[in-house]
Write a protein that binds this ligand. Structure first.
Ligand code: ADP
Ligand code: GN1
Ligand code: MG
Length: 357
């Protein structure tokens, strides 16, 4: 079905003037199809949900709306000052719309904002990490047990390794031989899963964002301040080490996640210091000593685990992450392994930075 026809149907559902409706893509997320829907008066964000990744869209919306309501109550008490991503209801009060067996939802558009794929400077790292820290702090008294496990075992590295091994054993697309060096590099690090399991025994379960990549933050075009934490689709019970690690993964390299300029893929220590400072500050009264100790492990685990997921998807024929060129997932996997190696190389220095905060 043409997007124009979808735009008109969505406009009807959400009370826009369908004859004026226009839809255009925004952002660079890997999972959902995100579009701006406009008539001559109103703008909203509409997303076609990826139901392979999220087989139960109702649970996803219930989770995101529970968080939305919690944050809204905090904002009314003056305890949360960022904008809040709000789901929009159709004229008949629904939060999901079926069009030709595809599932769409609408979100209030946060105007005069922009997102980044690569952190430009220390100030931006500090600002974004601080906003993710404020978000985590605001969820401190949120009962994580009420969240559905929309993607079970999302950050379970042992399970991700099992999934990789299964795909590798089948090698249905005959891609393994050509990247055997990358496969071997990942395989040599599988002991990280055991290290993670041990560390997780020492840290509390928290309501986590679970996808704190830099393009899930909106900045103000006027002031460059943080405007909103977005993409609440994977908010689930978890550990802060993953949210910290995913920021390290996506803030610290001067290269984008899919860059093939591997010699430049490394942790920028000044960006790391700014992000650690920014994130820990709002959490200083609640973060435990063991949790702070676990952050460096998160910084290793996230590039490694996401890299392994990219490699798995490459071997599996690219059916999870959106790809835009041949070997895109393989390029991403190599990039993430290079970043992981840089974290290992700089581990002592990075750990000292965390300890000094
Ligand atoms: P995905 O799950 O595919 O990553 P996101 O929810 O992160 O999708 O949205 C993708 C991009 O769309 C974001 O990086 C951001 O640039 C833009 N975006 C998403 N929601 C909004 C919003 N409410 N207001 C403005 N821009 C948004
Ligand atoms: C996906 O949706 P997006 O693009 O923000 C993925 C994350 C990965 C990330 C890698 C639901 O995030 O887990 O870390 O790509 N989201 C899901 O860039 O799998
Ligand atoms: Mg996103």
């Amino acid at each position: 079905m043409e997007y124009q026809a979808v735009a008109q149907q969505l406009a009807d559902e959400y009370g826009l003037i369908s004859e004026e409706a226009k839809m255009k893509p925004i952002g660079s997320g890997h999972i959902n199809t995100t579009m701006l829907l406009q008539d001559n008066h109103k703008t909203m964000v509409v997303q076609k949900l990826n139901t392979t990744v999220f087989p139960n869209p109702l649970h996803l919306v219930e989770n995101a709306r529970a968080i939305e309501q919690h944050l809204t109550a905090k904002a009314l008490n003056g305890e949360y000052s960022l904008a809040i991503i709000k789901h929009l209801a159709t004229s008949s009060g629904q939060y999901l719309v079926d069009i030709n067996d595809e599932v769409w939802r609408a979100l209030a558009f946060i105007g005069r904002s922009y997102s980044e794929d690569v952190v430009a400077n220390e100030q931006q790292a500090l600002t974004a990490a601080n906003a993710f820290g404020q978000f985590a702090h605001a969820l401190n008294d949120f009962d994580a047990a009420q969240l559905h496990h929309v993607i079970p075992n999302f950050h379970n590295l042992a399970m991700r390794i099992d999934a990789f091994n299964q795909v590798l054993a089948k090698d249905e697309h005959g891609r393994a031989e050509k990247c055997s060096d990358v496969i071997a590099a990942f395989q040599q690090q599988f002991a990280l899963a055991e290290e993670l399991q041990q560390a997780q025994k020492q840290v509390p379960l928290r309501a986590c964002h679970n996808d704190t990549k830099i393009n899930n933050m909106l900045f103000s075009t006027q002031s460059d301040a943080a405007r909103a934490v977005i993409d609440l689709d994977t908010c689930m019970p978890g550990n802060w080490l993953f949210d910290f690690g995913d920021m390290v993964r996506t803030f610290c390299s001067p290269e984008a996640e899919d860059s093939t300029n591997l010699s430049n893929v490394q942790v920028r220590e000044n960006i790391f210091a700014a992000l650690a400072q920014g994130y820990i500050e709002p959490l200083q009264d609640s973060v435990t000593a063991a949790e702070k100790d676990s952050f460096i492990l998160g910084a290793k685990v996230m590039p490694f685990m996401i890299g392994l997921r990219f490699l798995t998807d490459h071997l599996d024929g690219d059916n999870y992450f959106a790809t835009h060129r041949a070997n895109h997932n393989l390029d991403r996997a190599k990039n993430q392994f290079a970043l992981y190696s840089s974290v290992l190389e700089k581990e002592d220095c990075l750990n000292n930075i965390i300890r000094a905060i």
